[in-house]
Design a protein around this ligand. Structure first.
Ligand code: PMP
Length: 372
């Protein structure tokens, strides 16, 4: 038997504030149509695969050495990409990279949150924000969105001055609801927030394709308290590569250097991300296609009788089910894995390939009769 198998979680000297909590994680099930974690459904093109292979082989010759601790070459490549993507001229001193944007968010909370500090978020939003807050012993302050899941900006401005959070999360486009925030509204929130505002732009490329600009456009005017967090996991089709990054004033990068683990980004991670970035145009070719599919899925869901929340991302929140948990199982029984994000009456579906979306829509059409 496995040594220590009899030891229970309750037997361990776990921190009191972690007792009784459950770990984050969507079920990773082996199902034909997986539309539950907002990945890009298209695998990387063969040229990218070959380039990542060659870059890793080259990097493997240096595996006896620690990587560049500051990942300067990668940060320069990310700055060039983001400059092209957003039109805002950025240098490697504005960029920082880590193992997924989750690690970026954790490093930000390690540096700017912590015991006695608060992080405010507009809920429902990305469920890792409160979990990362809890892991860093930062108190999370949830502020509800409107019934249509938009942020009431006037009310938010009032709450920000009243609660004076050390950190404010704004997710744009918001996961799991899909809407993005207009730069003018964001500027009002940043002006009202006394502390740092983290704009989580994990899905920004999809919104940019829809003409909604990135918050990086506010860095010149609001750089003293604005951080933009992004990732290669979604539009960039690099979820398995684990590469997230932020854009901010260089001083924010200096602050993170105080808490990051040395050599956190392996030689292989840095090399493969740089290789993937060289193929940005090919990878992002799928973004417009996915945005068009999103609009098709929304229209067909609405035609089948569903209530659909307008989305600027690669996923859609829809309902309203009499019982969302039962409906989720109904999809699964037909080989379609989507996400129950814990919002009553609603489920979230990631946009897949046209064929996957057709299967999903077929099942959704059948279920509408029973479950709405
Ligand atoms: N932010 C948001 C809003 C997300 O939805 C996700 C992925 N689910 C992340 C951050 C983290 O993604 P990653 O760590 O892969 O960059």
């Amino acid at each position: 038997s496995t040594p220590g198998e009899g030891v229970r979680l309750e037997d361990l000297p776990l921190r009191a504030d972690l007792r009784g909590k459950s770990p984050y994680g969507a079920p990773q099930l082996d199902v034909a149509v997986r539309l539950n974690t907002n990945e890009n459904p298209y695998p990387p093109p063969p040229e990218l695969v070959a380039d990542v292979g060659a870059a890793c082989e080259e990097a493997a010759r240096e595996l006896h050495r620690y990587p560049d601790r500051d990942a300067v070459a990668l940060r320069a490549d990310l700055a060039a990409y983001l400059t092209r993507q957003t039109g805002v001229a950025l240098s490697e001193r504005n960029l920082w990279a880590a193992n997924g944007s989750n690690e970026i968010l954790q490093q930000l909370l390690q540096a700017f949150g912590g015991p006695g500090r608060t992080a405010l978020g507009f809920v429902p939003s990305y469920s890792m924000h409160p979990i990362i807050a809890s892991g860093t012993q930062t108190e999370f302050v949830p502020v509800p969105r409107r019934a249509d899941f938009s942020i009431d900006i006037d009310a938010a401005v009032a709450v920000l001055s009243e609660r004076a959070p050390d950190i404010t999360f704004v997710t744009s486009p918001n996961n799991p609801t899909g809407q993005s925030i207009a730069p003018a509204d964001l500027a009002r929130l940043v002006d009202a927030a006394p502390g740092l505002v983290i704009v989580d732009e994990a899905y920004a490329e999809f919104a940019e394709a829809t003409g909604r600009p990135s918050a990086t456009t506010l860095l010149a005017s609001h750089g003293h308290k604005l951080v933009v967090s992004r990732t290669m996991s979604k539009a960039f089709a690099f979820a398995g590569g684990r590469l997230g990054y932020l854009a901010a004033a260089p001083a924010v990068v200096d602050a993170i250097a105080l808490v990051r683990l040395p050599y956190h980004l392996s030689v292989l991670a840095q090399a493969s991300a740089r290789a993937a970035l060289r193929h940005a145009d090919a990878t992002l070719g799928s973004v417009a296609l996915l945005a068009a599919e999103r609009d098709r899925v929304c229209a067909e869901l609405a035609a089948a009788g569903y209530d659909v929340i307008r989305s600027d991302a690669n996923f859609v929140l829809f309902g309203r089910f009499a019982d969302a948990g039962r409906a989720w199982k109904g999809f699964l029984e037909q080989g379609v894995l989507i996400r129950d994000v814990g919002i009553p009456e609603r489920l979230r579906v990631t946009i897949g390939t046209p064929e996957e979306n057709d299967v999903f829509l077929q099942v959704a059409g059948d279920l509408a009769i029973k479950e709405l």
